[in-house]
Design a protein around this ligand. Structure first.
Ligand code: NAD
Ligand code: TYD
Length: 355
């Protein structure tokens, strides 16, 4: 079996659903259920004997130690993290705690678990750490895309905390021989993404008739990857990645934020037109920029393609259409995640930004 941490969040939930569609190897999901964790994301697995859930913290040493010795996973895949840049600006403490201290405690547990394995078990075991392209910092328009050898230049508390966790994972390989793999992926989008991130926020606000808040000039560039492609990349690296290596994962799809928002508006105009014929584009509003906003991320994903034969299956056009359909079809899910705490977050992040 495999142990997945943070599997009730956006990417982890997609990963578990895809994993159990692809094969029957059981999954244990350890998730703290922060605001971003939602058991409804995995509702279709209730009663499935291949899936088990434990609510808990990756930093809880006795709980994680007990889970490892009881379930004896042949791999640990670490998705658990605080993941939103804007929240890390308002309150970096949780990012340090989970992303750095939590990963450290998890690594300590896995190190002890690994040390007590037989040679045969050791040969099969992997610790896969899921990370981000944001550790590499920000690119200028003319710079080449990030490769695995770029230096780390994180600029937000979020990316700095992820960079620290990547360093710890690397050190546990070099110092203790832990069989680690790291993936550094670009911006994901798709079903079950919490509506604090750009794409689901824009869809949810558009449908509610609210402003679509574009930070600064909207010309910041991200590389966008459909979440199902990220999940297939993680499965590929887990199966065939070289121990101790890092793999960049991306969609070969750089776009300015404003283009993303226009693409969403165009799809909604087609699929859910306003009764009065107005375009959703009329809801676009420019708001004050994010402090320290990274201008451009771009991923060179040629290593994972060359060495492991992975390439994304979706284009942005196919992936964003699927995503908009999913949000249109899942109004109850949208409604359930817009709790009081969500509304407080929206108030905190957007009220001070003059249009
Ligand atoms: P998310 O915020 O949607 O989900 C994170 C999950 O981790 C939640 O279910 C939360 O409850 C859980 N969690 C948080 N702290 C925990 C703790 N201390 N112990 C156990 N569980 C805890 O995040 P996501 O977008 O699904 O991202 C998953 C991982 O992928 C993160 O490590 C993130 O850095 C990385 N990543 C995300 C993106 C992206 O575009 N979303 C891109 C590249 C990499
Ligand atoms: P986000 O989805 O938060 O991901 P990240 O900051 O990790 O790349 O943001 C993606 C881009 O969209 C980023 O350049 C910030 C911008 N953005 C907005 O313009 N408006 C918004 O309301 C949000 C949430 C993000």
């Amino acid at each position: 079996m495999i142990l997945v941490t943070g599997g009730a969040g956006f990417i982890g939930a997609n990963f578990i659903l895809d994993w159990l569609r692809e094969n029957d190897e059981p999954v244990l999901n350890l998730d703290k259920l922060t605001y971003a964790g939602n058991r409804e994301n995995l509702a279709e697995l209730s009663g499935d004997p291949r899936y088990a859930f434990v609510q808990g913290d990756i930093g809880d040493k006795s709980l994680v130690g007990e889970l490892l010795s009881r379930h004896r996973p042949r791999a640990v895949i670490n998705f658990a993290a605080e993941s939103h840049v804007d929240r890390s600006i308002h309150g970096p403490g949780e990012f340090i705690q989970t992303n750095i201290v939590g990963t450290f405690n998890l690594l300590e547990n896995v190190r002890a678990y690994y040390a007590a394995m037989s040679e045969a078990e050791k040969a099969k075991f992997r610790f896969l750490h899921v990370s981000t392209d944001e550790v590499y910092g920000s690119l200028k328009a003319e710079d080449p895309a990030f490769s695995e050898t770029n230096r780390f230049e994180p600029n937000s508390p979020y990316s700095a905390s992820k960079a620290a966790s990547d360093h710890l994972v690397r050190a546990y390989h070099h110092t203790y021989g832990l069989p680690v793999l790291t993936t550094n992926c670009s911006n994901n989008y798709g079903p079950y993404q919490f509506p604090e991130k750009l794409i689901p926020l824009m869809i949810v606000n558009a449908l509610a008739g609210k402003p679509l808040p574009v930070y600064g000039d909207g010309q910041q560039i991200r590389d966008w990857l459909y979440v199902g492609d990220h999940c297939s990349a993680i499965r590929t690296v887990l199966a065939g990645g070289q121990i101790g290596e890092t793999y960049n994962v991306g969609g070969w799809n750089e776009k300015p934020n404003l283009d993303i928002v226009h693409a969403i508006c165009g799809l909604l105009d087609e699929l859910r037109p306003h009764a009065d014929g107005r375009s959703y584009r009329e809801q676009i509003t420019y708001v004050a920029d994010r402090p320290g906003h990274d201008r451009r991320y771009a991923i060179d994903a040629s290593k994972i393609e060359r060495e492991l034969g992975w390439r994304p299956a979706e284009t942005f056009a196919t992936g964003i259409r699927k995503t908009v359909h999913w949000y249109l079809d899942n109004a109850a899910w949208i409604n359930n995640v817009q709790t009081g705490a969500y509304r407080e977050w929206v108030e905190k992040n957007y009220s001070g930004r003059d249009a």
